[in-house]
Design a protein around this ligand. Structure first.
Ligand SMILES: [Zn+2]
Ligand SMILES: [Zn+2]
Length: 288
């Protein structure tokens, strides 16, 4: 009998990673090195609403001999649900895509400033916007506000900061700039990129997955750290039936975060990277 081993990360790709360009704990080069150490052939850098990590990652990739898949993760809103959209191989200089990223990123800063103002009005004047922006960088968000609330001794832990101040309906919550799935998908496609619905199993309502497919998403992230085996099979089958690229990744946020997910612990064959390139009109155009 022929024994077919479970594929290890060799010759494999992890298509979902965060760095300090957004809410990850590893700078881009360190995350790339960590991925290389796992034996991965390719790693995608997919920070929230930003491409600020690309250049450092690409340089590290060249040095270490690991292919970098350039991407980002956009937060869209549909109904009262937040749905994440991964975008790969798009033209970052395409004006509307660049404007969209700028708007989402700028929105993050304004949102952090407003949250700090609310905390000051609540009497927590020791919370410094400067400190929040210092640790949050380009993609500042609620985890950074939570960290500062812990640093100031106002909250015991980040969870506590969310429960008391930062979650929806809590006194320092500020709604994010709205981005609809249609808007996001259209912008990514217009920039020649490949929009992929992220971790569909975490949305908890498949009607939104259908909605994204109808809106023109080109891939589905069936393999994800937080998906059960059943969910992986279910979304992979759905993706194949719908003619989508079936992708996967860890969603690693680096070490020392809320939890440590090692890059490559969820991975896909390099063939998937080839399919993404095939689907990207920008990639096709620039390789010709
Ligand atoms: Zn996500
Ligand atoms: Zn993510």
């Amino acid at each position: 009998m022929v024994h077919i081993p479970m594929p290890g990360p060799q010759g494999r790709a992890d298509l979902h990673n965060h760095t300090t360009a957004s809410d990850g704990t590893n700078p881009p080069a360190a995350q790339v090195r960590w991925a290389r150490e796992q034996g991965l052939a390719a790693v995608a850098i997919t920070d929230h609403d930003t491409i600020a990590g690309w250049d450092e990652a690409l340089e590290a990739g060249r040095e270490l001999g690991i292919e970098i898949v350039p991407g980002c993760e956009l937060s869209t809103e549909v109904g009262k649900t937040e749905v994440h959209l991964l975008a790969y191989y798009f033209d970052r200089t395409e004006p509307e895509m660049a404007a969209l990223l700028k708007r989402m990123r700028g929105g993050r800063r304004a949102r952090a400033a407003e949250a700090v103002e609310k905390l000051h009005k609540l009497g927590h004047t020791q919370v410094s916007l400067e400190r929040v922006l210092e640790i949050g960088g380009e993609s500042v968000g609620r985890p950074h506000l939570a960290q500062v609330l812990v640093e100031c001794g106002i909250c015991r832990a980040k969870d506590d900061a969310f429960d008391r101040f930062l979650s929806i309906g809590k006194p320092a919550y500020v709604p994010r700039p709205k981005l609809t799935p249609e808007e996001a998908i259209e912008a990514v496609r217009r920039a020649g990129g490949v929009p992929v619905i992220a971790h569909p199993g975490l949305i908890r309502d498949d009607k939104w997955v259908r909605h994204f497919i109808e809106a023109g998403v080109m891939g589905i992230e069936a393999y994800h750290t937080d998906h059960s085996d059943n969910q992986r099979q279910f979304y992979a089958r759905w993706g194949l039936d719908a003619g989508l690229v079936v992708t996967g990744g860890t969603d690693s946020h680096g070490p020392r975060g809320m939890r440590t997910v090692v890059p490559g612990s969820v991975n896909v064959a390099m063939d998937v990277v080839a399919q993404l390139k095939q689907a990207s009109t920008f990639w096709q155009r620039t390789q010709a």
